[in-house]
Design a binder for this molecule. Structure first.
Ligand SMILES: Cc1ncc(COP(=O)(O)O)c(C=O)c1O
Length: 498
């Protein structure tokens, strides 16, 4: 037993044979480079057979296996069955694609295994994260004095932004007294197209989903500004406490960008917090053709966005920026004795840069900043801007194909990189077309030809494309259109027979 070990038998988890581990590492690098290089030759997605699902059962291994065997198991049973978002014809939901150097960066940060904050400001991981945050503020148009933190994704970033909004605007010491003592019910506003993570955040913050007053959208799926101001006035009269407006820089359904300048004005006039969910759309800020659309975003009190979607970095990495550092820190700073820091310049807990867990939920934090730092250096901001513009141009190309095909119908104005459309057949009613289009998407996915998703636009089921894919070529959209028409024709026949 462990207690009987003599010092000469003490163990660690390093390899007993470093050279064979080095060889295995080289093999892994060779395999993943080959895998990504040839990604286009494989189906976009395949349903893993039940034998794969069954493989992942049984209890935890008591005895060791060789690293080579474990890797072989990964190679045979895990690697061939990804979600597929690395494939050039994957455009479902809103997924990112990743890059090979981004993947290597994950290995480098795991090697250092730096807990990126942990009360210790003197380490290179923190310097890198602070520099990445400075770059992001500069790119997005936030002042250098703003605060920020890298997050797991935009859901967490929305939660952090809205927590700061709630605590700052509550008008009493909400951290201490809790939500129960609020004299009036707090309410937040967003368009009915806002992402579900905003509602989730509001629920987690103890405000209840009823606190989210959703506002109708105009014909371009942007928040109706008049309805918003009327709602704020009405709620005040009814004794509620308007707290915050959440603007969308790119909705998931249609890519619509709210009039952010107008929302900033309304928030200023009404003394409300202005939060923007810019999960992917915030990056319109660097695309030459569309940057004007997100004007006003830089006036947000807090802004949430991702780098793992439209900046093509491997999961997970998002960010929240807060205009006034003080608001941000006051919501999250909590220093136990064992985390004391910043009491001088010496020792590991001395402080010369912000202490990053003062700005978010996590204490132990991975070094996710490294993949951002490496990726920005590898490609440069200008190329990212071109890639984002390229995705938008490709999306416009798809819209052109849809508009010139009688059997296809555009179902919403195409904003940024998002297109909603459906296959139509004059002999089929809307309910049957709903079924047909959902079926087309299922068939496309199962055949692995292309991966759109579905959503509802004004009550109708549609095919949803969000192009955040740096591997996509225009010809991929030719294939999509060809396949949708093929399936639409075949499935129409069977549906009209029933
Ligand atoms: C507009 C919008 N906001 C927030 C999110 C949530 O982001 P994440 O998946 O990074 O948590 C998404 C995800 O697609 C989104 O599209």
């Amino acid at each position: 037993m462990a207690g009987n070990k003599s010092p000469s038998h003490e163990e660690n988890l390093d390899p007993t044979d470093w050279e064979s581990m080095r060889a295995l590492g080289h093999r892994m690098v060779d395999d993943v480079v080959e895998y990504l290089k040839t990604i286009r030759d494989r189906p976009a997605w395949r349903h893993a057979p039940s034998s794969i699902r069954e493989h992942f059962s049984g209890s935890a291994p008591l005895d060791p296996q060789s690293p080579e065997d474990v890797y072989q198991e990964f190679y045979d049973y895990i690697l061939p069955w990804p979600t597929g978002n690395i494939h050039p014809r994957f455009w479902g939901w809103v997924f990112g694609t990743g890059t090979i150097l981004g993947a290597f960066a994950e290995m480098l940060s795991a090697t250092m295994n730096t807990g990126a904050a942990c009360g210790l400001s003197y380490n290179s991981a923190n310097y890198v994260e602070v520099q990445v945050l400075d770059w992001l503020k500069d790119i997005i148009g936030f002042p250098a004095s703003a605060s920020g933190v890298l997050t797991t994704g935009c859901s967490e970033a929305n939660l952090i932004g809205l927590a700061v909004a709630r605590n700052t605007k509550a008008g009493y010491d909400l951290r201490r007294e809790g939500i129960r003592t609020a004299s009036r019910k707090m309410v937040l506003y967003a368009s009915e197209e806002i992402h579900s993570s905003v509602q989730k955040a509001i629920e987690i913050l103890g405000l209840g989903s009823k606190a989210l007053h959703t506002i109708p959208v105009d014909e371009n799926f942007r928040i109706d500004l008049q309805a918003l101001t009327e709602s704020i006035t009405r709620d005040r009269k009814d004794g509620l406490y308007p707290l915050c407006v959440v603007g969308a820089a790119g909705t998931t359904n249609t890519g619509a960008v709210d009039d952010l300048e107008a929302l900033a004005d309304i928030c200023q006039k009404e003394n409300l917090w202005f939060h923007v969910d810019g999960a992917f759309g915030a990056w319109a800020a660097i695309a030459p053709g569309v940057r004007a659309q997100v004007k006003g975003m830089e006036r947000a009190d807090s802004l949430a966005f991702d780098l793992h979607k439209w900046m093509y970095m491997p999961y997970e990495i998002g960010c929240v920026l807060v205009q006034h550092e003080d608001d941000h820190r006051k919501t999250f700073c909590l220093t136990a004795d064992y985390l004391a820091h910043g009491e001088g310049q010496r020792g590991m807990s001395g402080q010369d840069i912000p202490y990053l867990e003062d700005y978010g939920i996590q204490l132990s934090r991975g070094f996710r900043a490294l993949k951002a730092w490496i990726s920005f250096k590898e490609h440069g901001v200008a190329k990212y801007g071109r890639m984002i513009q390229q995705n938008i141009d490709q999306t416009n190309y798809l819209v052109g194909l849809i508009n010139s095909t009688l059997e296809l119908e555009l179902m919403a104005p195409a904003n940024l990189n998002v297109v909603c459309f459906r296959y139509v057949n004059p002999e089929l009613d809307d309910d049957t077309l709903d079924k047909l289009n959902k079926q087309i998407v299922i068939e496309l996915q199962e055949e692995g030809k292309a991966i759109p998703s579905t959503t509802k636009i004004r009550g109708r089921d549609v095919i949803h494309i969000a192009n955040t894919n740096h591997r996509t070529r225009r010809k991929d959209f030719d294939i999509l259109v060809r396949e949708v028409i093929r399936l639409g024709r075949t499935l129409s026949q069977s549906l009209s027979r029933h």
